[in-house]
Write a protein that binds this ligand. Structure first.
Ligand code: HXC
Length: 259
């Protein structure tokens, strides 16, 4: 496992815990941290034992306060065209592992966009989420204009983006921005319990289901149905499908092998 400057990573029982660790800057995502997240994702992706990636923030005050504003201050227009944060979050969304954002404290701008790129989001009673980029004269540029609208609907996304309002975890759950709202004390046990459910499933089926939902979401329904059908055909060719169906018939737990 690699050693990082701005991240803590730990692999435990199939879970890759990725902790953003710049609490003195509210875990603002500077170039170094983004590069390290990229490296960590490659590491997690390559590890067959890792099935779930949980992203959280160190320090208790912040998940991530967004892109590093000091670095944004000197960024030129053409530098904003590089894949950068948006490209990194695309990689995260395309990961074959299940990704969970555990949001405690601030998830603002690029920090909120990081959570939006995860498959599952959980917020605590201390969470504060928003896309305040317009306050800085820029727009959400790491998928926020697209993912937020797809997740909470265009009207709510426009309201949040145009006013820059910050909402709490309870409101985030009410509008569907996060799936679960828990107290700060319950956060770790909740993410572990969700990860535990995922770990019981066959990894190939997880990957195919994730692919079908993400890739099918943005295209016409007929083509999306074919994505589902073809993904299902791949699942039917796996030993895990034989094992999963057999285990049901034999009234025992399935032992999936990832093949
Ligand atoms: C750089 C940041 C930072 C950020 C906080 N800090 N957020 N530094 N970039 N995004 C630093 C502060 O400068 C300060 O450093 C230290 O962290 C503590 O911050 P405070 O403001 O004193 O803390 P607090 O009062 O608790 O307020 C926390 C906060 C506030 C609400 C999160 O810091 C804040 O509003 N931050 C900016 C949030 C934001 O606008 N995010 C969107 C960024 S744009 P010092 O050295 O003074 O102690 C974005 C674009 C993405 O994300 C797309 C790009 C492609």
């Amino acid at each position: 496992m690699k050693a990082f400057e701005s991240l803590n990573v730990e692999i435990k029982e199939g879970i890759y815990w990725l902790t953003l660790n710049r609490p003195e800057a509210r875990n603002a995502l500077d170039a170094k941290m983004l590069e390290e997240i990229d490296t960590a994702l490659v590491e997690a992706e390559a590890d067959e034992d890792v099935r779930v990636i949980i992203i959280q923030g160190a320090g208790g005050k912040s998940f991530a306060a967004g892109a590093d504003i000091k670095q944004l201050n000197t960024r030129k227009p053409l530098e904003a065209l590089i894949p950068g944060m948006q490209g990194l979050y695309q990689k995260l969304e395309n990961s074959k592992k299940v990704t969970i954002a555990a949001v405690n404290g601030y998830a603002l701008g690029g920090g909120c966009e990081l959570a939006l790129a995860c498959d599952i989001r959980i917020a605590t009673n201390k969470a504060k989420l928003g896309l305040p980029e317009l306050n800085l004269g820029i727009i959400p540029g790491a998928g926020g204009t697209q993912r937020l609208a797809r997740i909470v609907g265009k009207g709510r996304a426009l309201d949040m983006i145009l006013t820059g309002k910050i909402i709490d975890g309870e409101e985030a759950e009410r509008i569907g921005l996060v799936t679960y709202f828990v107290s700060e004390d319950e956060l770790t046990s909740k993410v572990e319990s969700i990860a535990g459910d995922i770990l019981k499933k066959g990894p190939v089926a997880i990957q195919l289901a994730k692919f079908a939902v993400h890739k099918g979401y943005d295209i016409d329904e007929g083509t999306a149905m074919w994505i589902e059908k073809l993904s299902q055909a791949v699942a039917f060719g796996t030993e895990d499908k034989d094992e999963g169906t057999k285990a049901f018939i034999e009234k025992r737990k399935a032992e999936f092998k990832n093949r």
